[in-house]
Design a protein around this ligand. Structure first.
Ligand SMILES: Cc1cc2nc3c(=O)[nH]c(=O)nc-3n(C[C@H](O)[C@H](O)[C@H](O)COP(=O)(O)O)c2cc1C
Length: 365
């Protein structure tokens, strides 16, 4: 047991946090023209600035990396300027904020792609389901498998996005390696059947992820870079024949970079939308022991469970998703052991300020 809890300070790499309550990255699909973060985006994050660390919604590193309408980017000068407004508002409110850098890979559609081309992926394997596009919901297509020679270009896109995040005033970045997007598509063997050095063995499937980490830490230093995994999440048709071997290797290799954190989604409760399927291998404990840096856990975690996970040293900090949508003052509610407001799912994605900026703090309510 430790004597720490959710309200104890902690240091993640180069960033000092006054508490261990982290806002999980959440897509809200409300970016402005040109996929630019707006004044409303700034207000939304500033309202939540008492979190130990805010992690932004997934933010595409290029147009090719976009998979949903109205998600913000971080590749054009206008987008960088938009994010500068967000980081300034968060810092003025006393907070800290990391940008989640995102490439969706196959989870896109031609209508979102540059030149109307097919989405790209490690392998030409079609996911089930539909993309949310400016033209409505459209069926996913079979993606185009990346040529070996193209991969370095995407690694460079991640590095450029990290430079842009620094210019925009972010305290750190989180690489989105979870939930079936491009990095995860490379890592797991259900979506990667390549026969070059980026597929096959556990080491080869982790190569793209490690190339991205190397490039991004070159730009920012390890202490301002974290990465997120969902080792047994089945969301977006994802699977792996041996998550413990695959992600155990990843966690061990990441030790070379002195990262700010490893962030793992492994829901404690089994009725959660991002739960592992019944009987799935649970690996968070293994990753906690293997990875030598700060460890963040996420997935259906309550205040009580979060305090317990920290007290038992199962994690250094806890990320909260849905609770942060409806409780901008989540830290204060935890401090007072106050009831939490419930989020309205109808306003999760897209729309206006309703369900975005209008959830009151305890004191205002
Ligand atoms: C509306 C919504 C949007 C999300 N968008 C992202 C995202 O952009 N990036 C990401 O890594 N996870 C995303 N997630 C997953 C959350 O970060 C988190 O893993 C999930 O909600 C489980 O945590 P919770 O039980 O505390 O909500 C999203 C979840 C929700 C509800």
């Amino acid at each position: 047991m430790t004597d720490q809890n959710l309200l104890s300070p902690v240091r993640l790499g180069d960033v000092d946090l006054p508490n261990r309550v982290i806002m999980a990255p959440m897509t809200r699909s409300r970016a402005g023209k040109g996929d630019v973060a707006t004044a409303a985006t700034a207000q939304y994050y500033a309202q939540r600035a008492t979190a130990g660390l805010l992690i932004t919604e997934g933010t595409q590193i290029t147009q090719q990396g976009q998979g949903y309408a109205f998600t913000p980017g971080i590749y054009s000068p206008e987008q960088v300027a938009g994010w500068r407004g967000v980081t300034a508002a968060v810092h003025a409110a006393g907070g800290r904020i990391a940008a989640q850098l995102w490439h969706v890979g196959r989870l896109s559609h031609r209508v979102l792609q540059p030149g109307g081309g097919l989405p790209v992926a490690p392998s030409a394997i079609k996911p089930d389901g539909q993309a949310f596009t400016p033209q409505g919901m459209l069926d996913y297509e079979t993606p185009r498998a990346l040529e070996t020679e193209e991969i370095a270009g995407i690694v460079a896109d991640f590095a450029k996005a990290a430079e842009n995040a620094k210019a925009a005033g972010f305290d750190a970045v989180e690489l989105h390696g979870a939930n079936g997007y491009l990095i995860d598509q490379f890592i797991r063997d259900g979506s990667n059947t390549r026969t070059d050095r980026y597929g096959g063995s556990v080491a080869n499937r982790n190569r793209f992820m490690l190339d991205v980490v190397a490039a991004v830490t070159d730009v920012l230093g390890g202490g301002r870079v974290g990465i997120r995994f969902s080792p047994n999440g089945a969301y977006h048709n994802m699977s792996d024949s041996d998550p413990a071997a695959t992600f155990g290797y990843a966690a061990e290799q990441l030790n070379r970079f002195n990262l700010a954190f490893l962030h793992v989604i492994e829901p404690l409760v089994d009725n959660h939308s991002m739960s592992p399927p019944p009987g799935a291998q649970r690996v968070a404990g293994l990753l906690r022991r293997t990875f030598k840096g700060p460890f963040i856990l996420n997935g259906g975690i309550t205040r009580e469970a979060g305090d317990h996970l920290i007290a038992t040293d199962a994690a250094d900090a806890i990320a909260f998703g849905v609770p942060y949508i409806a409780n901008p003052d989540l830290v204060e509610r935890f401090r007072r052991n106050a009831p939490l407001a419930q989020a309205d799912r109808a306003t999760f994605y897209g729309g206006d300020e309703r369900g975005y900026l209008d959830y009151p703090t305890l004191d205002a309510a």
